[in-house]
Design a protein around this ligand. Structure first.
Ligand code: NAD
Length: 291
């Protein structure tokens, strides 16, 4: 069992920290939002008033923050993780951020004697609650093996995908797939409803055939009811589509469907759905047909 400092106790981090506590780890947590730190206390964790206090005495530090600027500030900034962490500590960043930020964090970590892994996740809030996340890990193999017991308390599919930053590239691929599939499920709903077919029964049969997918399994009923409570916010998916497109540019490849879907996500945000679940892409696609 490890002493873990956990920074970023939002939709995902709160459940992940609670699972680590349940598994017997000693978790000290910090978040900008005091109510989130209070929730950790109720789950059996120790609240910390700042980053340095969360990191003090930790063997493993986990960050679960929105985007690259927050990870850079929390890890590299004044009063941040690298200033406070003891040499030899393992820093696992589980946020979904740009691969180049993960590379910069790993390089600075090395200068401070801190071992770093990028370990973004997929599986949504439900996966965080059930400890059934898919975790894609970039970094060196030895550090991955050291972190494996912690990953096993958070997820089910745990794969070391390559060197620093590789976890984030795999996550970008995950996000373009998810947004693309939500867009197509939305188009199927619009077509079925506009044609006067019972969309619930239509989607039920689609889910059992070659078109079956996890979005249909997990989100069909809430999409049909137009319930867009997050889950995963459009604002965060907009960020991820930007990472996917800039990674494609860096790799020198063309991803035309991803570029189109990124525009639909941007439209959702522009139309006021930034804080809604990413399944609110349905509202954008309905709007194109004035429905
Ligand atoms: P969230 O916004 O609910 O949580 C982020 C937390 O970080 C918030 O509680 C916020 O207060 C805290 N925070 C921000 N800046 C901070 C700082 N400087 N110091 C301390 N705390 C700070 O987001 P989330 O949905 O939990 O997502 C976290 C990450 O996981 C994102 O990168 C997201 O893309 C990724 N992700 C989310 C989901 C999902 O379904 N929600 C699924 C997979 C991956």
């Amino acid at each position: 069992m490890a002493r873990i400092g956990f920074i970023g106790l939002g939709i995902m981090g709160s459940h992940m920290a609670a699972n680590l506590i349940r598994a017997g780890h000693e978790v000290t947590g910090y978040d900008l939002v005091p109510a989130s730190v209070e929730k950790l206390l109720q789950a059996g964790g120790k609240p910390a008033p700042d980053i340095a206090a969360a990191v003090a005495g930790a063997e493993v530090i986990i960050t679960m923050l929105p985007d690259s600027p927050q990870v850079a500030e929390v890890v590299l900034g004044a009063g941040g993780v690298l200033e406070a962490a003891a040499p030899g500590v393992l820093l696992i960043d589980m946020s979904s951020i740009a691969p180049e930020t993960s590379l910069a964090v790993a390089a600075s970590g090395e200068e401070h004697g801190v071992r770093v892994l990028d370990a973004p996740v997929s599986g949504g809030e439900q996966g965080a609650i059930n400890a059934s996340l898919s975790i894609m890990i970039g970094g060196c193999a030895e550090d991955f093996e050291a972190a494996r017991p912690v990953f096993e308390d958070l997820g089910r599919t745990i794969v070391h995908v390559g060197p620093h930053g590789a976890g984030q590239t795999v996550k970008a691929a995950n996000q373009l797939l998810v947004a693309g599939i939500i867009s197509l499920v939305s188009e199927a709903i619009v077509l079925l409803e506009a044609s006067g077919v019972d969309a619930e029964r239509g989607l039920e049969v689609l889910a059992g055939g070659l078109a079956g997918n996890r979005i249909l399994d997990l989100k069909a009923s809430t999409m049909l009811a137009r319930q867009f409570t997050p889950g995963f916010r459009i604002d965060l998916h907009h960020k991820d589509m930007g990472i996917a497109l800039s990674s494609a540019r860096s790799a020198g490849v063309s991803l035309p469907v991803t570029a189109l879907v990124a525009q639909l996500v941007a439209a959702a945000r522009a139309q006021g759905h930034g804080s809604d679940d990413h399944s609110s892409l349905l509202a954008v696609i309905e709007g194109l047909s004035d429905r």
